[in-house]
Design a protein around this ligand. Structure first.
Ligand SMILES: *[C@@H]1O[C@H](CO)[C@@H](O)[C@H](O)[C@H]1NC(C)=O
Ligand SMILES: *[C@@H]1O[C@H](CO)[C@@H](O)[C@H](O)[C@H]1NC(C)=O
Ligand SMILES: *[C@@H]1O[C@H](CO)[C@@H](O)[C@H](O)[C@H]1NC(C)=O
Length: 360
């Protein structure tokens, strides 16, 4: 901004001086057709060649011409694109000078950032309207500083370690291992200014799973191996009447363990015969239950008699791997009770009210 202003002043001053010198010395001969959009007033040698209102004055490339000195050029001008106009003379009349300056970052086709226009005898500003265009900035030159000082990386042919980051001085790098391997050592390292690493490089150790444990009362569907790779899967099946406790598909994890340890669980015989029970639904006689058994994990609800009142309450037990005990409050009815008084069986009498259960 400051620089362009100085430049403008110097340029303007030089132009003014040149014009004044031209005027003081002698006016150029009229150069016809050289200045475009130009109507030169009548040629003259002296004032009396012109009419009463006109004077014989030097009008730039028109040479000495009959002009009306009080006539003015357009002012103020419409705002230009990327430029500012300053009138350098007190009024925009004949011979007045006008400076057009490009805004910072803009320049004219001739490489200058300012131009001077003169008010001509035809009441127009001399020359074409200047066009200020943005200066194209060149990218800063790339300075080749040569390779930066760095530390040595692990041999890629020997080490499986994957390095993330640049091994240059002062930089931290990160290590990782391919799938199926675990990193043994530090996962990060920093290169010191003396071009040595803070820690030794880690190594990648292959991970594998041991053969899965044999499953009682079931089968493993897998190729027999001493070691299994990370991601390998095996399937579990149980023998007939046994149910699988856990997923049927197990995977070797990256830490060398199996994702699950399923079991084959046995069914439980129902420890009641002459009393109705509940297995996920309505009351049933045990002889109505298929094979008289429930699956591992299933709940069986038994009916117990209130110790002092003629009412029943329930107690639940869960089958666990073949083990299902009747609750301690349950009494198996005798054959006579079952045959002679079926309506008086504990599972058939009214259930106790919540109040009855308070003093159990
Ligand atoms: C300014 O720029 C616009 C768009 O580029 C153009 O249409 C207009 O003629 C320009 N005006 C001047 C005075 O150069
Ligand atoms: C390199 O610099 C580090 C930290 O400044 C220092 O601990 C290490 O001993 C240096 N190693 C050698 C070989 O000079
Ligand atoms: C058995 O009962 C327990 C406790 O109420 C419950 O969490 C479980 O889901 C039940 N099991 C079945 C198979 O309904």
């Amino acid at each position: 901004m400051e620089r362009s202003l100085v430049l403008l002043s110097v340029w303007a001053l030089a132009s003014i001086l040149a014009l004044l010198l031209v005027a003081a010395e002698e006016c150029p001969e009229r150069i016809l057709g050289n200045e475009r959009k130009r109507n030169c007033p009548r040629n003259c040698k002296q004032d009396k060649d012109c009419g009463s209102k006109r004077q014989c004055l030097c009008d730039g490339q028109c040479g000495l011409s009959c002009v009306v000195p009080s006539r003015t050029c357009p002012w103020p001008l419409a705002p230009g694109n990327n430029s500012e106009a300053h009138l350098l003379s007190p009024t925009p009349s004949f011979s007045a000078l006008l400076a057009i300056r490009c805004l910072p970052g803009y320049t004219m086709a001739n490489g200058l950032d300012a131009a001077i226009r003169r008010c001509q005898g035809d009441r127009q500003w001399s020359g074409d309207e200047p066009v200020c265009t943005a200066i194209a900035f060149l990218p800063p030159p790339v300075v080749d500083k040569g390779p930066l000082p760095s530390c040595e990386l692990p041999e890629p042919d020997v080490s499986l370690v994957i390095v993330e980051g640049e091994p240059t001085v002062g930089t931290t790098i990160r290590y990782s291992c391919p799938s199926g391997y675990v990193l043994v050592g530090n996962s990060e390292n920093v290169c010191h200014s003396n071009q040595t690493w803070h820690f030794p490089h880690p190594i990648c150790q292959r991970m594998f799973c041991p053969p899965p444990a044999e499953v009682e009362n079931g089968y493993l569907v897998a190729v027999q191996r001493r070691e299994y790779d990370v991601g390998d899967t095996i399937y579990y099946l149980c023998k007939k009447t046994y149910s699988l406790d856990g997923p049927n598909r197990v995977t070797c994890l990256s830490d060398g363990s199996w994702s699950a340890n399923p079991f084959c669980r046995a069914r439980c015989p129902i420890p009641a015969q002459r009393s109705r029970i509940i297995i996920d639904g309505p009351k049933r006689w045990p002889y109505d239950v298929t094979d008289g058994v429930v699956q591992h994990g299933e709940n069986v609800t038994f009916f117990c008699k209130h110790p002092r009142k003629q009412c029943s309450y329930t107690a639940m037990e869960t089958c666990f791997d073949g083990q299902l005990q009747a609750p301690s409050c349950y009494m198996e009815p005798t054959w006579l009770q079952y045959k002679l008084f079926p309506h008086r069986l504990v599972s058939e009498i009214d259930s106790c009210s919540p109040a009855d259960l308070d003093d159990l």
